[in-house]
Design a protein. Sequence first.
Length: 212
Amino acid sequence: MTKSGYPYPPDEFDVAVPGGAPVGVHRAPRSGWSSAWPFLLVAVVCAAVAWGGITLLSGGGDEPADASGTPSSSASAPVSPSPSASGDASGEPSGEPSGEASEPAGEESSVAGDPAAADLTASVQVLNASGVDGAAGTAAEAVAAAGFTGTIDPETDTTGLGEGYTETTVLYGTEPDRSDTAAAVAAAVGATASIASADVTASQYAVIVIVK
């Protein structure tokens, strides 16, 4: 509406102030730029957000080579076991187990005989090589309880015959063969080894028990 068509009489709000701008509720007409810049600002912001989103989505699958989480060839390759100091390349031990009982040189190990064929009248000597008082007497009682009726002598090992043994062992003579009797004595005292010994053959006993 033009001023010439304004139907109301002039009032104090129509008085111009220095500079030519009206006061009160009247405002000077807005320029085209002042009306357009908010829309331009919104368009620029939207374009920046859209560009950032596209960049993030397109580059999200790419990760740095050192942070990709993919194992390197050196980590994924199986490690071949190296031969240990205690064995050869085949993985088998190079020596005998340390816990295996050693046997004096010159004595031949033999498989225990048949306890059912034992001579229960054979003489048995029980030598205490354990250093524990009464160990020989306890073993002698076990031999007697197994049914042996011959001479059973519990003694302390003063001859050194028990040196080199790490577990209770039964020694037996071979003339005649006393392996069956030794098997029965071993079962009675809980020994796990019986050995043919020339020392027993030369003695007055059929079987000698080394208590450890």
